[in-house]
Design a protein. Structure first.
Length: 231
């Protein structure tokens, strides 16, 4: 399923129904301005049982990870036909299908059979909740190592960085600056300059990518989006 149909846009809102624990919760995925395939989750049903998700991130092969407030991966689903299938962190099967804005299913239940239950354990890549006591890697949810926090190297000897998320490249070091292109996860780039924005707890780095210099968000108060060094 194309990522363009996953998130809400300014002109239309795709409402998804997440079904688990004999409950269906309606959500909308709202993509960040700076991070492609990543954003916040708008819960449309109060007190829904499926999960306290705060954010989502689209990974390899279209996998969608649902994250808690502390960055823990609470649920993971993969594309399957017209929707998604996967598991909550405790092993509960889950399906995610498109619903109309009034909550009616576009696909009937027989077309979207739920997967069989499996042993009570977290699936690969899904971690148990932990305290929000660290800045985490955006792609794994694990606490970032010291060498990946802050400036990459020293201010006068900056190291290359490797992206851990697909991001927009900006003309200036600001989320309000114009977008000059995108960079994929897992790309090693040279760094010419970095700046720290103390008020926003952000670190931006000017990188050489596709023959041009532009800025990406390396780190904020919650996540590391690019680590120091490569490989």
């Amino acid at each position: 399923m194309a990522m363009t149909g996953l998130a809400a846009t300014s002109s239309a809102q795709t409402v998804w129904g997440i079904e688990a624990y004999s409950d269906v919760c309606r959500v909308a995925l709202i993509e960040d301005d700076n991070r492609i395939g990543q954003g916040i989750i708008d819960h449309l049903d109060e007190g829904c049982r499926v999960g306290p998700f705060e954010r989502y991130a689209v990974g390899n092969r279209g996998e969608v990870r649902f994250l808690g407030a502390s960055g823990d991966i609470l649920m993971s689903v993969m594309p399957d036909g017209p929707g998604y299938e996967g598991y909550v962190g405790d092993g509960e099967p889950v399906t995610m299908t498109v619903m109309s804005n009034d909550g009616a299913r576009r696909y009937s239940a027989p077309e979207r059979p739920r997967p069989l239950a499996r042993p009570h354990r977290a699936p690969a890549g899904v971690s148990k909740p932990a305290a929000a006591d660290c800045v985490r890697y955006y792609d794994t949810g694990q606490c970032a190592q010291d060498h990946d926090l802050g400036l990459p190297g020293s201010r006068f000897d900056l190291l290359p960085i490797e992206t851990r998320a697909r991001m927009n490249k900006r003309f200036m070091a600001s989320l309000n600056s114009s977008i000059e292109g995108q960079i994929n996860a897992g790309v090693c780039v040279e760094v010419r300059n970095c700046t720290e924005r103390m008020i926003d707890d952000e670190i931006w780095c000017e990188i050489d990518h596709d023959g041009d210099w532009s800025w990406i968000l390396k780190q904020d108060a919650q996540f590391v989006y690019a680590g120091a060094g490569c490989g």
